[in-house]
Design a protein around this ligand. Structure first.
Ligand code: GDP
Ligand code: MG
Length: 515
């Protein structure tokens, strides 16, 4: 997908800062040119690309920089901030309130993904314990009600619609009244679309909107139309006050950059993105997390949430031992097993720092599963003693013959076993740090919000090192990042080289060091 390529190109460009012996105007210019080229390639509007370039330039003044200042860091930070601005108009979306009716009205052209996305949103809230329902106010398209009814039934969501009533305004009004009376909290009205923006569509939208008086009109936008989104979003915004945007089909080989930057132009915040046809191919959108993920920096908060949602039964034992600073190879093995159990593998992997959006594409799912499996095969050839040894790295570095034995036993190479061990070391370091943080583990759940901010900042700093060009270079080894990625891939390791930790580091409410 286009955004994965974009992330990779930007990562590469930033990585080159680490290779330069001196950081000066020339180095900055060539990096910016590379980044801008990548953005344009992803269909981001040239206006925004130019803005990004100018802003980064303006923020870096080589003449005024004192010696010893980490120029690389400053430049990276500025690039990140500008990328975030690109996808964040800075306005807050409507936040539904518990215990009262919150009415959403979906608008957008036919085929944009309204009906699918209505169900996704309802399902999302239902899973979080909200009382949710769907109303089909699309009488324009034959079969619209059946489609919504099917979706709703499958996800066990209450729904309302009519085969006989032809006035969408009447259906919407009746449905909302009924569900309000019954104490529903999230009420979602699906409306019809047309192939083109036309007067009759906007007229109908205004009437439905007047009848149900929604708390928020959600504009559903198909990413695959690229920059054309901008004009469309503006047109809709003129008829109903678009409170927020959901971008669909970001999983397709679409020009996602066009859709994202179009949103910035309209001033309505993106609240979710759709990444597939299934009900759970849906992710809350946050500018910072999105950019971090795109650049392969992970989304720790999302990951912690996902892990907690799963309610892993054998967490307790692990947590107890983590509190004592113990994380063995067997623990890592079990974590890998858990990841495999969790389903929607690519979504989870993309939240882990160092993996990046390559995993947001379904096609890679198979590949990533087989990579993890390969690591597990290596561990299968270890003895119980090795798996449970508190400092397995010492063991393997003191007695090299262990590497050879395990490599032979697992049908892999000594280098692969070594890679696994360095992977394990990174994991273990982070896990041990987590273990010593008070409040992170509360009963069975991990909650990064309980942890004091200094501790969290320390972990965040560690995570931020991920984007340090020297670390990137390290990941890239001698032949540059891409080269090594390719080598790792063929060795069945994928992007494992940069994985510092799995869960629980928390970005302290989206804070991080890049804010
Ligand atoms: P509507 O006319 O706006 O209600 O659009 P629909 O919800 O009927 O969706 C149109 C088509 O887009 C359907 O085939 C959906 O399965 C598909 N679709 C919707 N959202 C996504 C998405 O995020 N990714 C992919 N790949 N397809 C999607
Ligand atoms: Mg529809």
């Amino acid at each position: 997908m286009v955004l994965a390529d974009l992330g990779r190109s930007i990562r590469n460009a930033i990585g080159k800062l680490g290779q330069a012996t001196v950081i000066n105007e020339d180095v900055l210019s060539s990096m910016l040119n590379e980044i801008c080229g990548a953005l344009l390639h992803a269909d981001v509007n040239i206006r925004f690309v130019k803005q990004l370039k100018d802003n980064v330039r303006k923020s870096i003044n080589f003449d005024e920089m004192a010696g010893g200042i980490n120029k690389r860091r400053l430049i990276q930070r500025s690039v990140l901030q500008e990328l975030m601005k690109l996808v964040d108009p800075g306005t807050k979306p409507f936040q539904p309130k518990k215990g009262q009716a919150n009415v959403f009205m979906f608008v957008g052209l036919q085929g944009a993904g309204k009906t699918t996305t209505c169900t996704k949103l309802a399902y999302y809230y239902q899973k979080k314990g909200w009382k949710t329902c769907l109303i089909c106010a699309d009488t324009f398209r034959a079969g619209a009600f059946d489609q919504l009814k099917q979706n709703a039934t499958k996800a066990r969501i209450a729904f309302y619609g009519s085969y006989t009533e032809i006035d969408p305004v009447v259906i919407a009004q009746k449905g909302v009244e009924k569900f309000k009376k019954e104490g529903f909290e999230i009420i979602i009205v699906d409306t019809s679309g047309r192939h083109k923006q036309e007067a009759s569509l906007f007229e109908e939208m205004i009437q439905v909107s007047n009848a149900v008086n929604p708390h928020s009109a959600v504009f559903v936008m198909d990413a695959s139309i690229g920059q054309a989104c901008e004009a469309q979003a503006r047109a809709f915004n003129e008829s109903v006050d678009v409170g927020s945007v959901i971008i669909t089909k970001l999983d397709s080989h679409s020009k996602g950059g066009g859709a994202l930057s179009a949103v910035a132009a309209t001033g309505s915040p993106v609240i979710f993105i759709g990444t597939g046809e299934h009900t759970d191919d849906f992710e809350p959108f946050q500018a910072q997390t999105f950019v971090q993920k795109m650049l392969g920096m992970g989304d720790i908060e999302g990951l912690v949430q996902k892990v907690n949602e799963m309610g892993l039964e054998d967490n307790e034992e692990l947590i107890k031992r983590l509190k004592h600073g113990l994380f063995t190879l067997r623990d890592m093995y079990e974590q890998f097993q858990n990841i495999m159990k969790m389903g929607s593998f690519s979504q989870i992997m993309s939240m882990i720092p160092g993996f990046g959006p390559e995993f947001m594409t379904k096609g890679n799912e198979q590949e990533s599963v087989s990579r993890l499996k390969r690591l597990m095969i290596i561990m299968d050839s270890m003895s119980d003693m090795e798996l449970d040894y508190p400092k397995a790295n010492d063991l393997f570095s003191k007695e090299q013959s262990r590497l050879t034995r395990v490599a032979r036993g697992s049908g892999t190479s000594v280098n692969e076993v070594k890679d696994l061990m360095s992977q394990y070391k990174k994991f273990a370091d982070i896990f041990k740090k987590m273990g010593s943080m008070k409040g992170l583990f509360n009963g069975k759940d991990m909650n990064p919000k309980n942890v004091n901010t200094t501790q969290m900042q320390k972990l965040n700093q560690q995570m931020a090192k991920m984007i340090d060009p020297r670390v990137l270079q390290q990941m890239g080894g001698m032949g540059g990042l891409q080269n090594t990625m390719r080598q790792l891939q063929s060795a069945g390791m994928g992007g494992m080289g940069g994985l510092p930790g799995m869960y629980g580091m928390g970005s302290s409410g989206g804070g991080g060091r890049f804010k």
